[in-house]
Design a binder for this molecule. Structure first.
Ligand SMILES: Cc1cc2nc3c(=O)[nH]c(=O)nc-3n(C[C@H](O)[C@H](O)[C@H](O)COP(=O)(O)OP(=O)(O)OC[C@H]3O[C@@H](n4cnc5c(N)ncnc54)[C@H](O)[C@@H]3O)c2cc1C
Length: 593
């Protein structure tokens, strides 16, 4: 059983980020809290009733059957895809000119969380298609846009991202796939591995976005271009039925997300796959970053989503399972009443709420960056750039811990596949690997987002956190100023660490050695910042005589308290490790291992 956390999003929209005010500021008055309420209710229903029931059966069936080059997805997947298409869910994010609804990210992330919680292996297809639409809207020619975007918006076609090759994983500079110009197109040849939904039976056509090199391209990352390579090309009548020269060679057997096909794709075995250049030659990496940034946020969201699912599963088990008599309890009370089980569940819930609040804050920054005028938007561009590695890295790393905690609550039954807890644990494991491993996110945060601008974007974020905490210092509920003081202390520690990193740039190995600790520190701090703001909003609501849902608001305050006491101290601990630990790491000889 999965229940979409609709009320949590409503709380964030109504009381923390002020959705109505934000949308008015962005000139998007059509989007209101009333519309959000209706959208979330419907999205939650589809996730719970149609998509979630296929999670366990999909895991058992897997998507590894390759017959005559075609992959059969698990039973029910094609119907669920059709239900999403018919419900208009594949058009939520895209621009109106391509048939989309152009809904703001602040709203669409909620629905996307629900799909990913319900069934991550299934929803990955949607994630990649939306990422590709995003990239093509930004960078493709009008003719390519008109041909390829609308069918993906309608949900008839799906999209993939073809970066990885056997010798080119984290290091995309090593890509070898070739693209040779011919007439109005290019001929593509090469092999790509690990291509998610590279082949499947849920759509009429699959649009591959492929990184490749032209013959005269400069070596390394500056010589990469990006191409649209459709599975089917247009026939003489303009219908996309003519097979392109590409083939799925095999489907990987893997630890988790078993229902999503992970394909080895061969392009150009005979004549060469017909591909169309997106943007200009050698601009591929910048264009692909348009898609990867979107996908990195979406994978961070998967971290939140799988954590929520693992939590709901664990809570439900803890409410039923009877074992021993809890202290101060009575015979027959379930394990939920053991203080340690309670500790585990509240720790999970507090962190999930922090992730969700940070995700909403990130989405509002993205909407501002997208809709505000050039001058104002640039500061939000910098904020989004800074938050992307934090959201992707922190949320996916914590998802591993939360999925593991969920399993632990089940005891032995967690290790048995029947409950589903083991599947969440296995499924979560990919999240810190694809779309750039945590180390790649951490390098991005430290080198591109902190050192390159001498900490400007980072210090601007810390200034905003400090300002918000100053604003909370006079709050009538005395719990709130105490939380604000803790966050300010953590923010000061983050400043010390940033200054330390900026001072040590003469040996970049030191910054690289502490990059992951820094990323995790920033994730916890930003989560705490948003939890303090949520707590203040909840306390404000509780102060109203006509507070509609006092239990919900008290729980929000309680979770913020747990975050401050159980999670925030990690900021100070990591700061100490970085300040004292980077030199010891780089002074270890690899020969000693
Ligand atoms: C299930 C699944 C689905 C996938 N889907 C897709 C897809 O749809 N499209 C696609 O193109 N790819 C996809 N991938 C590929 C995925 O993005 C890569 O696996 C990932 O980028 C890591 O590359 P790699 O596996 O070659 O590992 P490597 O790059 O070999 O990394 C090995 C280790 O070295 C570390 N490392 C490497 N370089 C650095 C560095 N510079 N600094 C610090 N540490 C470093 C890494 O963090 C990692 O711990 C998928 C992979 C899987 C398993």
């Amino acid at each position: 059983m999965y229940k979409a956390p609709v009320e949590d999003y409503q709380f964030l929209f109504d009381h923390v980020v002020g959705l109505d005010g934000l949308m008015q500021q962005l000139g998007n008055e059509d989007v209101s809290t009333d519309l959000a309420e209706a959208v979330l209710a419907e999205a939650g229903k589809l996730a719970a009733d149609v998509i979630a029931p296929l999670n366990h059966s999909g895991d058992i069936a897997g998507a590894t059957r390759l017959e005559d080059g075609h992959v059969k997805t698990p039973a029910g997947f094609a119907d669920a895809h059709a239900a999403m298409r018919d419900g208009g869910w594949s058009s939520m994010e895209s621009k109106a000119e391509f048939g989309g609804q152009a809904l703001p990210m602040t709203l669409t992330i909620a629905a996307n969380e629900f799909w990913q919680s319900a069934n991550m292996a299934f929803a990955l297809c949607h994630l990649l298609t939306q990422g590709q639409i995003h990239a093509l809207q930004k960078s493709a020619s009008p003719a390519l846009q008109q041909t390829y975007i609308p069918p993906m918006v309608e949900g008839r076609w799906t999209g993939t991202m073809n970066l990885t090759e056997p010798q080119a994983g984290s290091d995309l500079a090593a890509i070898k796939t070739r693209a040779v110009a011919q007439d109005d197109h290019y001929l593509i040849s090469g092999q790509k591995i690990y291509i998610t939904y590279g082949e499947h039976d849920m759509a009429e056509n699959i649009v591959h976005l492929v990184l490749a090199r032209t013959p005269d391209a400069p070596p390394g990352i500056k010589g990469i271009s990006v191409f649209i390579v459709p599975k089917y090309l247009p026939d003489d009548n303009g219908n996309f039925t003519r097979p392109n020269d590409l083939r799925c060679l095999s489907i990987e057997k893997k630890l988790g997300i078993k229902a999503s096909p992970t394909a080895v794709m061969q392009f150009g075995e005979t004549t060469g796959s017909v591909g169309y250049l997106v943007g200009k030659e050698n601009e591929g990496i910048d264009i692909m970053f348009g898609m990867m940034n979107h996908a990195r946020i979406a994978v961070g969201l998967q971290g939140l989503a799988i954590s929520e699912r693992a939590y709901q599963q664990a809570l439900s088990y803890a409410r039923d399972r009877v074992q021993g008599v809890p202290l101060d309890g009575k015979k027959g009370d379930p394990i939920l009443h053991h203080p340690d089980v309670l500790r585990t569940l509240v720790s999970m819930k507090a962190e999930i709420e922090a992730m969700r609040a940070l995700m909403v804050a990130g989405a509002t920054a993205m909407d501002r960056a997208h809709h505000l005028g050039d001058g104002e938007a640039s500061q939000f561009d910098a904020r989004v750039g800074l938050l992307i590695p934090i959201i992707k890295g922190w949320m996916t790393e914590r998802a591993q811990i939360i999925a593991s905690q969920g399993l632990q609550v089940h005891g032995g039954m967690g290790f048995i596949e029947e409950t589903g807890a083991a599947q969440h644990y296995r499924d979560s494991r990919i999240l810190t690997i694809y779309e750039g491993t945590t180390a790649i996110q951490a390098n991005d945060l430290v080198f591109r987002k902190t050192i390159r601008d001498q900490g400007a974007a980072l210090f601007a974020l810390l200034d905003d956190i400090d300002q918000d905490m100053t604003d909370l210092a006079g709050h009538a509920d005395d719990k709130i100023p105490a939380m604000a003081a803790r966050i300010t202390e953590a923010s000061t520690a983050a400043r010390d660490v940033a200054a330390h990193i900026l001072r040590g740039t003469n040996d970049p190995r030191r910054a690289a050695a502490s990059a992951t600790d820094f990323l995790m520190l920033m994730g916890t701090l930003c989560g705490g910042w948003m939890m303090a703001k949520s707590a203040a909003a909840a306390a404000h609501q509780l102060g109203n005589e006509d507070c509609e849902n006092p239990v919900f608001m008290k729980a929000k305050l309680g979770m913020a308290d747990i975050f401050m006491t159980h999670h925030l101290p990690q900021v100070l601990a990591r700061a100490k490790t970085i300040l004292e630990g980077d030199v010891p790491v780089v002074s270890i000889s690899p020969d000693w291992l």
